[in-house]
Design a protein around this ligand. Sequence first.
Ligand code: TTP
Ligand code: MG
Ligand code: MG
Length: 383
Amino acid sequence: MLDERTEKPSHIRKIIHVDMDAFFAAVEQRDHPELMGQPVVVGGDPASRGVVATCSYEARSFGIHSAMTASRARVLCPQAVFVRPKMDAYRAASQQVMRILRSYTHLVEPLSLDEAFLDVTAATTDGTLAVQIAKEIRARIERETGLTASAGVSYNKALAKLASDWRKPNGLLVIPPDRGLTFLAPLHVSKLHGVGPATVERLSKMGIHTVLDLRNTPQETLTRRFGKTGLWFYEVARGIDLRPVQPHRERKSVGYERTFQENLSDRTVMLNTLQEMAGQVSRRLHELELTGRTVSVKARFGDFQTVTRAHTVAQPIWRAEEISACLPELFAKAVPPGLPVPASVRLLGVTVSSCADAKVNSSDSGQLSLLDEIMHYQLAQLS
Ligand code: TTP
Ligand code: MG
Ligand code: MG
């Protein structure tokens, strides 16, 4: 590609990030027109231990959001309509959206059912503007699926993703190269890819709150504190993100987790439950034709403290008995015998990651590596 003014090769990429608005809830409203304009909460049962998967924007104005307990959502908005997830309908809508995206470029990288990155650098060499493509994509999604999407256009993934979030719902934002640094400066660090609650806390203790603070921190300080991730922080704070759009990126993990109606305190029951989950994970891996090398067990205690323990095996596995073989040891590490009685368990999960080096970090669990698959199963289980 040639730069118009200099006739020299230009290496500036054109990346679009598309993310559906209130995805599960929007599908429900489309399919049940009486729900249009209503606060709709998609998730588990508010009468038991259900969790909110998402909710319509009408419900968000009451303070409801993803991952909150459904019972809390009902307190915030008693008139909300609670619906159980219908994954088949969401998968079908997702496929329709991904087909539309792939009609513009084969460089489409889905991140979850409702979002994807597109690299349209090649598609714009004829003078078409990336923003024009983004507008057309939004219009086509709305026309062909009856759902709205927001889009962000920029010169790398990190900024395109921030841009799509900026004007939600049903919005579009372009961040051109000369606006990147100004856009980033005032943002809270938690907006950055890879910065979860534990990292926010560590950065905050170093006096780093905004991206500008991060930009003003020496590279050496960041790498000393955060290793390779520190280098990522250094670069992304400067609007540098060289990650390519990878159309065939592997799903990184498949997991199953469950919140119990009543906390568990019997270790035998816990281990049996994990073994059952290993069976579910195995079936899903088989369906997706995936194998993995890292098995992890997650436990959330009565006080909401959450631990994850992982084990990596030499050869890729998918069979239930292979996954199960890792469980007793992982379980003993996650939930050590002899914990006091209040340390009962409210959630258990089993995950197999297909990347040998998938990082499972006990504090910022999985913020870089987990795709939606895990949450979906949690909800399927609750419904
Ligand atoms: P998001 O794109 O994060 O959220 P959203 O599409 O509902 O709302 P918006 O993008 O407008 O802010 O997630 C996409 C879907 O994934 C969401 O509709 C439901 C599901 N999901 C869960 O099941 N659990 C979760 O914790 C989150 C965040 C999403
Ligand atoms: Mg969305
Ligand atoms: Mg999304």
